[in-house]
Design a protein around this ligand. Structure first.
Ligand SMILES: Cc1cc2nc3c(=O)[nH]c(=O)nc-3n(C[C@H](O)[C@H](O)[C@H](O)COP(=O)(O)OP(=O)(O)OC[C@H]3O[C@@H](n4cnc5c(N)ncnc54)[C@H](O)[C@@H]3O)c2cc1C
Ligand code: FES
Ligand code: FES
Length: 488
């Protein structure tokens, strides 16, 4: 039997019956709730015009505010949450929220199309952080594009809003909101159906496993930052969706002495804090992974299972010797991650099987990790090439090395032949030159809209050289290859 999707729209309780599980939150807001403040720019998570904030209680009962892209979020995902859009910000007497007033004061808007999205990103920032610096503000706004105002006045507004008071009606109502959300959420698996399609959101990992065993052809959806685009851009219709986002056990991140054990439904935002602490270079790379909105919804498990050859986390996780815990029904198996990717977008997952946990070894003192992402834009862009080098040096000799690449083959991949050329050799200009030749023999990258094959190969060689330069104090002559040389 279909259940309604129950949530708070601002402070008002809403029940949506027979919701089509393929309907996005943006479509619902604009066409059903008739609240058109939230805009559609791209319908693919890129521009931020559709940014809304979801609030939900964390483990301490405090509300957590997450900016997300409404254009690729399916409506049932807001069940049990507070959905906050730009219409809900001002006080009952008409006083603007500090995030709105600061945009007015700093002239942060011209055509205004992007403005609701910026305001919502600022609103989440207002709740989550106290007076962040300019760099942090830029990171937070990387997922909001503006074509006419220019970013300086908007960044000024982000600083100014803290001068306009620190409270708002959302903060005052937090305890009451948390209690109301608890009551709306209910227990057990949420089952929604509409337009002949079904959406299930189990609450426990056992329930998820049983459901997927019964529905092996269902589409698993985590953050929906890939799956959402299948609907909005490829116009596919997904008949049965099984969501992982309500499975509390799969959102945990446990730091043990040897392993960081990450649930398959942990978001990038949550995982990057921990991974960045253990591996600062990885943290930097994840800071450039999409935008705050995408990282707040998207999961590490989804990135891995999606198996894109240009996914950013996989080359790094492979070089760290990460293992995946896969589960089907009551059966679990553990697989080294570099055995997970079989062919273009084909993984070792069997029907009904899912990524339950991701086990990343804790950093060990004598290994050094270097990660690099090359994309046309610094922020909010997909890699042309992503490279990770994890190496152990002693007395100037490569004791061991693991190299991972994205964008160089049909799957995220280890450069095993190149590693062989380096292992046991002096970490020197000559060895690196030999390894570059091995790289050229090992890979035949593709030309596509992001980069040519020649550019990818040149970049891979130069990134290896960059890693060498960064990890050695050697005064030996080094050079970065010019394009022409690489094509010879
Ligand atoms: C604007 C934008 C920018 C992006 N930028 C980047 C970027 O910089 N780098 C990058 O790598 N990616 C990027 N992506 C892609 C996407 O955000 C990531 O791949 C993300 O990690 C997917 O996670 P998700 O939880 O949203 O997965 P979903 O979209 O929910 O699912 C993706 C796939 O994984 C499967 N799946 C999900 N969870 C599981 C599980 N536990 N077990 C088995 N299968 C599962 C789904 O069935 C689906 O096939 C971007 C996407 C957008 C829209
Ligand atoms: S409409 Fe562009 S990110 Fe959603
Ligand atoms: S004010 Fe026009 S796009 Fe930003």
């Amino acid at each position: 039997m279909s259940e309604p999707v129950r949530f708070l729209l601002g402070f008002e309780e809403r029940e949506v019956h027979d919701a089509d599980p393929n309907m996005t939150v943006l479509q619902w807001l604009r066409t059903r709730a008739h609240q058109p403040g939230t805009k559609e720019g791209c319908a693919e998570g890129d521009c931020g015009a559709c940014t809304v904030v979801l609030a939900e209680p964390d483990d301490d009962g405090r509300l957590r505010y997450r900016a997300v892209n409404a254009c690729i979020l399916f409506l049932p995902a807001v069940h049990g949450k507070q959905l906050i859009a730009v219409e809900h910000l001002r006080e009952d007497d008409g006083t603007l929220h500090p995030a709105q007033q600061a945009m007015v004061d700093c002239h942060g808007s011209q055509c205004g199309f992007c403005t609701p999205g910026f305001v919502m990103s600022l609103f989440a920032l207002f709740h989550n952080e106290d007076r962040p610096d300019r760099q942090r503000i830029q990171d937070v706004l990387a997922g909001n594009l503006c074509r006419c105002t220019g970013y300086r006045p908007i960044i000024d507004a982000a600083q100014r809003m803290y001068e306009l008071g620190r409270g708002d009606r959302f903060a005052s109502a937090e305890t009451d909101t948390a209690r109301r959300l608890d009551a709306l959420r209910g227990d057990g698996t949420l089952a929604v159906s509409g337009s002949g399609r079904a959406y299930y959101a189990p609450r426990t990992v056992d329930a998820l496993a049983d459901l997927l065993a019964d529905l092996p052809d269902a589409t698993i959806v985590a953050g929906g930052t890939d799956v959402g685009l299948w609907v909005t851009k490829q116009h596919r219709r997904l008949e049965t969706l099984v969501a992982t986002g309500e499975v509390a056990e799969m959102k945990t991140i446990v730091e043990g002495p040897e392993v960081i054990d990450i649930g398959g439904a942990a978001t990038h935002s949550d995982a990057m804090d921990v991974l960045g602490r253990h591996y600062p270079d990885f943290g930097e790379l994840l800071r450039r992974f999409a935008s705050v909105q995408i990282r707040n919804s998207g999961t590490l498990g989804g990135n891995i299972a999606n198996a894109s050859p240009i996914g950013d986390s996989m080359p790094v996780l492979i070089t760290l010797d990460t293992e995946l815990v896969l589960r089907r029904g009551r059966e679990q198996r553990t697989l080294p991650m570099d055995q997970f990717f079989l062919d273009y977008r084909r993984t070792a997952l069997q029907p009904g099987e899912f990524v339950e946990r991701i086990r990343v070894p804790v950093a060990s003192g004598d290994w050094q990790l270097r990660c690099y992402k090359l994309s046309k834009r610094f922020d909010q862009d997909i890699s042309a090439v992503c490279a990770a080098f994890n190496l152990r040096l002693a007395d100037g000799v490569v004791q061991d090395i693991r190299i991972g690449f994205g964008g160089m083959a049909a799957v995220p991949v280890r450069a095993r032949q190149t590693e062989e050329v380096l292992r046991g050799q002096p970490w020197s200009d000559d060895t690196v030159a030999a390894a570059e030749r091995a790289l050229e023999a090992e890979f035949s990258p593709l030309t596509d809209m992001r980069a040519s094959a020649g550019y990818r190969m040149l970049s891979a060689r130069n990134l290896l050289r960059k890693c060498y330069l960064e990890t050695t104090n050697s005064s030996a002559p080094t050079r970065v290859l010019e394009h022409e040389e690489a094509l010879v």
